[in-house]
Design a protein around this ligand. Structure first.
Ligand SMILES: [Zn+2]
Length: 87
């Protein structure tokens, strides 16, 4: 068995061994969320298939458009007198 006495393993290595600790960092729409790993700050998002994928600049752009559309739709439904839950 090999023993490694170098500096403490970076958080990335921890993630590689034990998996990322993702938490929701942003709610884009009801179905699309952005996640950030608490350890290494890697970011994921929900793609159009409902799967998780890496949050690239392209996906950030898509999400900001989705968010804008979502907010606008929510505002419109509020104007109609439709009750939107506070959360
Ligand atoms: Zn991580």
């Amino acid at each position: 068995m090999k023993k490694n006495n170098t500096a403490p393993a970076p958080m990335k290595l921890y993630c590689n061994l034990f998996g990322h600790k993702y938490e929701v960092s942003k709610k884009v729409t009801l179905h699309v969320k952005e996640y950030t790993c608490k350890c290494c700050k890697k970011q994921l998002t929900t793609n159009s298939d409902g799967d998780l994928t890496e949050l690239t600049p392209k996906f950030k752009e898509i999400n900001s458009i989705l968010e804008e559309m979502y907010v606008r739709r929510m505002e419109r439904s509020r104007e109609k007198g439709f009750r939107v839950p506070a959360y």
